[in-house]
Every structure is written in C-alpha cells, then in structure tokens.
Ligand binder design. Structure first.
Ligand SMILES: Cc1cc2nc3c(=O)[nH]c(=O)nc-3n(C[C@H](O)[C@H](O)[C@H](O)COP(=O)(O)OP(=O)(O)OC[C@H]3O[C@@H](n4cnc5c(N)ncnc54)[C@H](O)[C@@H]3O)c2cc1C
Length: 461
C-alpha cells in the first residue's frame, strides 16, 4: 500500500527549491512562493512543461449540467450519504467525480488491497448521471460503417466489439452486486431517418454482421407490420439494456464503500501536480492530498487543460410521461432511436412510463432557456405521436441538460499528457454509460499493471 509523502507541503517545497516547479510566474528558488501558487492558480503542469496556458481557468470546467429534476431524483435509492471530510492525506488511488464513471472506476479497483478515495464537489450522483435516460447501448452514435472511414476498419471493429462486451459486463456487475436499479435487457430498433436512409442501414447491418455483431435489417413493410412505424427501414438488434441510472450509480457506490472505498462530497479538486511516482492534489478546503494514481471522472466538466475543439458541450432535452401510460407491448422490450440529426430516442420504464429525448442543439447554454425548453418539449411529444401514435399527454418530468460530444462519437480515455500517473476518462456522448465501463476496464488495467489490448483505442487528441 502507498505510504504517502509524509508532509506534502514540505515535499513540494523541497521540489520547488530543486527547481521542479514550472510555474511561469513563480520563483523556483523561493519555496514560499509555492504554496500560494499551488493552492490558488488552477493550472496543470508537469516537471517539464505547462499543459494549460490559461492560469485563470478552473482545473475542471464548471457547468450547471442540468436544469430541473429528472424523474430519477423522485425515486428512492438514487442517492447516498457521504462525509464532507477526507479521512487521510495519502491514497493509492484518488478518483475525482462520483457519477457513473467514478462509480464503475472504483468498482474495478475495489478489493485490490488499495486505499481508494472518491471525491466530488457536489453530492454523489448529482451530475450528468442523474440526467441520463440510461439507454445502455452497444450501438454507438456513429454507425460502424461510418466510423470505419474515420478510424479505419480494424479499429472501428474493435470499438464496436468492445462496446458490446461492456454492455454485457455492466449487466454482469449489476447481477453480481444484486443491484436494484430497474435493469432490463433490451433489443434496439434503429430507424432510418434523414441522415441514414434504407441504403445506409443496409450497409450498416452488413458491416455489423461481418464483425459478428448481430443486426437484422427490416424493410419498411416489416417495420410497419411488426411495430406500426412508417419508415423505409430499421435495424433490429440485441445486446442493449436500460436501467435507473441514479439507482445504478448509487448502488455501485454503496457497494464499493462496503469494500473500503472512501467517498467524500462537497470537496473540489482545484489543482494537480505530478511527480515521478506521486501525484499531489489540492482541494477547495486548502488540503493537499497525495496519491500513487489519480483518475479524473468528471464527465462533461472536462479538465480545462485538455478541453479543445474535439470535444464540446451542447444542449439536450428529455421528458418522462406519467406511469402506466398506454403503449404498444413491443416497446417494453426495445430501445428506439433514429438516423437523423438531431435524433429522437425513447424507451419505456419498469413502471410503464415513456422516456423520450433528443432535439440536441449545438449551443452550450441553450438548455437553461425556459421558453426554448417548453418548445422542445412540445416538439418531442409531437414527434413521438407522429411516429408511433403514442399520446404522452402532459409529461410528469421535463428536464434539459448539458451534453458532451466528440466528432467521431468516441470518448478519450488515457493518461494526461506529461503526467504518468494521472488518468482521464472524458468526452462521453450518447453512449456515456457504456464508455464509462470501458474506461474503468482500461484505466484500472493500467493501475493494476496489466495493459489492456485496447488501451490505445480511445486516444486523447
Ligand atoms: C439528458 C441526457 C441523456 C443521456 N442519455 C444517455 C443514455 O441514454 N445512455 C448513455 O449511455 N448515456 C447517456 N447520457 C450520457 C451519460 O449520462 C453520461 O455520459 C454519464 O452520466 C457521465 O457520467 P460521469 O460520471 O462521467 O459524469 P457525472 O455524472 O457528471 O459525474 C462527474 C462528477 O465530477 C464532479 N467534478 C467535476 N469536476 C470536479 C472537481 N474539480 N473536483 C471534484 N469533483 C468534480 C462533478 O461534480 C460530477 O458530480 C445522457 C446524458 C444526458 C445529459
């Protein structure tokens, strides 16, 4: 187990006088300049170079993340009590973020004789994980035949197969931990739309079958006959699932806590500094923590130093109907989405509600606009009625949220450049939960010393 640095401040000062600090304004010969710099200037640096040029930006971005309460907030079991005080100063692993990514990361590290801390500046499960519609899909936002063009056939195959395996693994974890989170295995119906018509879906189904991922192409007549939906084609596939994301996340967090993981909320990590074998973090409470490894699982609040044009935060809208809504029977076995941009997606819940979402807009703050939200909700309800005949009536829950996207739909999972023992899982889009599990597998592999064959698949660009 990691013994820590003893007196962390003394350690930092000793490093400062030997010239290791790279603060451009600091005097490396003056240890007194270190503490104020370290605790107040949120920059990422390494022994060799700064990787953030904006010293005034926060370490991780700040977003409201969502507006209004999703239905999950009204259901029991989706939260947990935590301490606001960190018990120790030294950990083997510190995970920043107590959403689904942090929870799955901790799950993959718990029980390994390591001291693990999860720290969040909010309460656990109050970030994007609470806003999720939790369609746990192997089907990525970017179809396999399209992804092939951007990352090559071999890597696209690996990504899709890895996603399918991750969905299966999430189901196993839920079963092993006996979590009560409304988990259901589901099929997926991917409908043709404005961006992907019947021809594209034919190519896509063939591409998936070629790499062993089951996909059945349905023509318009079959789709109409079996589902009452009027589109030119659809892909019907297995493997996916749905759950209550708050109960899922809180359940995993409760389970890792029984296996020794400490969870602390209302503490922000404000700075990070990496040395050869150690990482030092500063907190909003003025404490310094040391760890052998640090993993940033901060969702759409990207590490500012790594935020760039390849990821951006847009706006999305979702709603849930009242329970026991009249709906076609097949819908309880399917997740549905379409090949349009923005796309509509929907599913049912275990208590017979329909959740639907979409109407994404390429604007970071649009989800906060109340008038816009009302319009978006009306559009979602109308689109569902046009497509399926389902009458939602007045939704019981309406919410809007920030949503992180990347151009090729893939996350970034890896080491923070120049920081050997600092990892990050970021850039998740519509497949966030699936990617969280992949990140947990890849990063825990590095920490535990067994490199995953897919380690290079989601580079930080
Ligand atoms: C409306 C909506 C619908 C979605 N639907 C789906 C879906 O159907 N299927 C799917 O797979 N995905 C979906 N997603 C995506 C998925 O929900 C996210 O990818 C996932 O919840 C992200 O989890 P996370 O743990 O990474 O982030 P979060 O849950 O946001 O947790 C990150 C935590 O990090 C904390 N944090 C940030 N910076 C710091 C700091 N400096 N110090 C301390 N703590 C910090 C934050 O407070 C936050 O609690 C959806 C997202 C939205 C918004």
């Amino acid at each position: 187990m990691y013994a820590g640095l003893g007196d962390v401040r003394a350690f930092l000062k000793s490093r400062a006088v030997t010239g290791i600090t790279t603060d451009p304004d600091g005097d490396p010969e003056d240890p007194a300049s270190l503490t104020p710099w370290f605790t107040t200037k949120p920059v990422l640096c390494s022994k060799r170079r700064m990787i953030s040029l904006d010293k005034h930006a926060p370490l991780t971005q700040h977003h409201a993340l969502r507006r209004d309460q999703p239905l999950w907030a009204a259901m029991p079991g989706g939260s947990l009590r935590t301490s606001g005080t960190i018990a120790d100063k030294a950990y083997d692993v510190i995970i920043v973020g107590a959403g689904i990514s942090g929870a799955l990361m901790a799950h993959s590290l718990a029980g390994q004789e390591m001291k693990v801390l999860i720290v969040d500046r909010r309460r656990p499960v109050s970030g994007s994980s609470l806003a999720s519609t939790a369609m746990i899909q192997h089907e990525l936002d970017v179809p396999l035949h399209v992804l092939r063009r951007s990352i090559g056939a071999e890597n696209a195959r690996r990504v899709w197969q890895r996603s399918a395996a991750a969905v299966e693994r999430i189901g196993q974890i839920i079963g092993d931990l006996d979590l009560r989170c409304a988990f259901r295995k589901k099929r997926t119906l991917f409908l043709s739309g404005e961006d992907f018509g019947a021809r594209a879906l034919t190519t896509e189904a063939a591409a998936r079958n070629q790499v062993g991922i089951e996909a059945t192409l349905l023509d318009g007549a079959t789709l109409r006959g079996r589902f009452g939906i009027d589109r030119t084609a659809a892909i019907d596939s297995s493997i996916s699932a749905s759950a209550n994301p708050a109960q899922l996340t809180a359940g995993i967090l409760r389970s890792v806590r029984t296996r020794g993981v400490e969870i602390v909320s209302d503490v922000e990590i404000t700075d990070v500094r990496a040395f050869d074998d150690d990482v030092v973090l500063s907190t909003s409470q003025g404490a310094l923590l040391s760890a052998r490894h640090v993993v940033f699982c901060t969702g759409y609040e990207f590490l500012e130093a790594l935020a760039n044009k390849s990821q951006k935060v847009i706006s999305t809208w979702a709603l849930a109907s009242r329970p026991r809504l009249q709906r076609p029977q097949w819908l309880d076995r399917y997740l549905v989405w379409e090949g349009s941009d923005p796309y509509l997606y929907f599913r049912s819940t275990h208590d017979g509600r329909i959740i639907l979402g979409g109407e994404d807009e390429d604007a970071e703050g649009a989800y906060k606009d109340e008038a816009k939200r009302d319009r978006k909700m009306r559009t979602l309800v109308e689109k569902l009625a046009d497509l399926t005949g389902i009458a939602i009536g007045k939704p019981e829950f309406e919410w809007s949220a920030a949503f992180g996207v990347t151009p090729n739909g893939l996350p970034m999972i890896g080491r923070v450049p120049q920081m050997q023992n600092v990892f990050v899982a970021m850039g998740f889009g519509g497949n966030g939960i699936t990617f969280s599990q992949i990140a947990a597998e890849l990063i825990s592999g590095e920490i535990l010393g067994h490199r995953d064959a897919d380690w290079d698949l989601f580079p930080i660009v």
